[in-house]
Every structure is written in structure tokens, then in C-alpha cells.
Design a protein around this ligand. Sequence first.
Ligand code: NAD
Length: 421
Amino acid sequence: MATALFTKARKRLKEAAKHLDIHPDVIERLKYPKETLAATLVVRMDDGSSKAFKAWRCRYDDTRGPTKGGIRYHPRVNLDEIMTLAFWMTFKCAVAGLPFGGAKGGVQVDTKTLSKTELERLSRAYIQAFARFIGPDRDIPAPDMYTNGIVMAWMADEYAAMVDQPSPAVITGKPIPLGGSLGRDDATGRGGHLVLRHLEGELGLSPATSRIVLQGFGNASYHCARLLHADGYRIIGLSDSRSAVYDPDGIDPVAAMEHKRDKHSLAGCPSKGKLREITNEELLESECDVLIPAALENQIILENAPNIKARVILELANGPTSPAADKVLNQAGKTVIPDILANSGGVTVSYFEWVQNKAGYYWPLDEVRAKLKSIIEPETRTIWEAAQERGLDMRTAAYVHGLRRIAAAVEAHGTKAYFDS
Ligand code: NAD
């Protein structure tokens, strides 16, 4: 099993530990995932044939509570990636102060090749395979790339059938009529928007003057772009898996999304000036103030990091910057707002959904948004100030902040020092 991504990700742990006085037991606990289950999902296709898909679920650490993390459908998803994403989720939940550990799941599939009925059978098969591994008080999945509300609805329904009772708290990101939370649909993008706006003054950004480029025009980036555009920020570049467009005069993300839904491409979407079609590589390196990677891991790497022109990188995707690229960006004086803070709005509102499901009491939208803000802003401030005071980059400061909380939970069970005394 290749573990390149995981090995690199885990180095953050040692780096963060250098800045804290924590017990070695904590590092031992966080070295490897707590448990991982692999399965093969054999699905009946519409033409009558059977097809096998590789699938995984990894629960990284549950010291702080049940594990939480999305399920990704992608043709290149693999165990290394799932373990890494579960590791990042552990830190993200700790950074946001949520009573959860981290997990992640995935199926190796290109959803664009499946019919809707095949997608439903695949999603139900996932739950049949992993029902004993997940649970409302054990491990709570959610959407990730190429999974959405209806996939969560099928999964929650399959789980309910297997345990013979409705169990809405087993999964988050559900449609509203099935126990979803108001405000979950745009929570990741909104969280990123809150973080950026909260640090705007410190970062020398302003709606009137700053230009923004987003890679991966999906759920997370669309809502972030929409909110920033509504504030007056100029969105000048967008991309998805098939197309990338750039117009220095500005693109209205709402009109661009309507165009994408209609034409399945961003090419030719309405814009203020002269829209140019560029490559995804050019998009990342284009002239702008804020670059928002919101697609996949490892998009900013050693090779293209020196060419990144943005002063601020807001990581809405998980792991878009490789550690080597991170060093280059930091040395160049750029600010990277790390994924475990920048995209934590999604899991925060997922937590709210779980709380509402457990209580059977549902909150109005303004309450969800106010609660999101009341979590994101203070955590952002704490991480920013720790970075300034200790002379750390924001990623290291965020890992130190999360590790301190995880360490407190591990140490509360007693450490060697306690048992020796
Ligand atoms: P999504 O499926 O809604 O959108 C993904 C977008 O990325 C699509 O527009 C797709 O076309 C594009 N894309 C795929 N490959 C690409 C490539 N090679 N180059 C450019 N664009 C590409 O997914 P999402 O939910 O918006 O998730 C995006 C990222 O945000 C992922 O890294 C995910 O883990 C992270 N994230 C999402 C949430 C959430 O709540 N949705 C929460 C936290 C983190």
C-alpha cells in the first residue's frame, strides 16, 4: 500500500508537537488510524451485469467523540488518501472544538459513468458493507466530492432499514425534509468566507480592490464565491474538471453556475469583460490577490508553487498544498489559511445537524448561521494570534491548536507519569 500522502500529512503532527509540552503517549495514539475497513461493493448495473467497486472507511481517532467525515466518490480514491483525509478530519474537528474525532470514506468510482439508479444501488451497497462500522454514536458520514444530499438520503434510508428504525443522526448532509439542517448546503463556502472576511484587515484585503480566483467550481467554492461577490470582491477566475476561465474585469459566480448547469462547462459563461479560456495550471498561477483551491489534494506543488502570484491562499479543498509547496509559499511571505480552519464550516454545521437530529428539535436558519459565526470567528482569531505571537505560519498554528485539544483528551485518561506515581 502506497502511503505517500499519509506519511507527509503525519509529519505535521511531529512539527506541531515541537511547540507543545505534550506527553509522548499522545503521539503514539495518533501515529496510525484506530481502525480501517475495506470492502468490495458488487453492484447490479442497468444492463444486468455486475460490477465491483473498491470502498473504504477509516476511523482515525475517537478520543474526543464519535468520528466524523465525508464519503468521497472518485475514480482515483485510495486507502492512502482516505487515511490522510481521516487524519485531517481529526484535527479539523479539534480546531473547531467539536466533540468529534475524525474519519473518512470513499468509493473508487467515476460517477459520471453511472446512471442515477446505479448510483443509488452503489450508495446503498456502501451502507450494507459498512453498517456495523458506522452509527449515530460511533461514526457519522457526510458528503464529500461527488456525493450529495440525495446520496446521503439513500444511505440514511438503507441504514434505517438495516437497524429497523429511523436513525437520522447516522449521517449528515441530508435533505431538509429528512432531518437535514438548514444552512448545511452552503456551510463550507460560508465558513471560508467568514474566515477570510475576519482576517481581511490583517491580510490587507478589501472588497473594493482585491481579486479572487477559485479552482474547482463545486459546492464549497460556489457558495464562497457567491458570498464574496455579494460583498463586492471581484471574482476573476474559475475552473472545474473540464474547463477554466479568466476575466480580469470580473465574473458573476451565480450567472457562471447557471451557465455551468446548462452547458456542463464554464467555457463561454457570462462575464464583465473579455472572458478567456485557460488551463487549470494557468488558473492556479494567474494574477490575483486570493487563490482559493477547492477541488482536490496536491494542486499546489513544488513545481508550480514559485509561480503562484496570489498573496493569500484560502484552502477550501482538503490538502491542496503539498508540504514542499507550503515551504515555498511561506518563504515567499504568502499567507496560507489551512484547510483544517478554512473549510471547517462544513463539519461545524454537520455537527449542528447531528445535535438537532439527536434532540429532535430544529433551529431556524439565522440561528444556524449565528452559531457557525460564533465558532469560526474565535477559532480563526486564536489561530491568527498564536501564529503572530509564536512566529508560526497559520498551518502550524492551527495544528498546534488542534493538537492541544486532542492531547488534553488523551492525557485525561492518565499518562505514564500518572501510572508511575
Ligand atoms: P464538489 O464535487 O461539489 O465540487 C468539486 C469541483 O471540483 C467540481 O466543480 C469539479 O468539476 C472540480 N474538479 C474536480 N477535479 C478537478 C480538477 N482536476 N481541476 C479543477 N477542478 C476540478 O465537491 P465539494 O464538496 O465542493 O468539495 C471540494 C473540496 O472541498 C474537496 O477537497 C472536499 O474534500 C473539500 N471539502 C468539502 C466540504 C463540503 O462540505 N462540501 C467540506 C470540507 C471540505
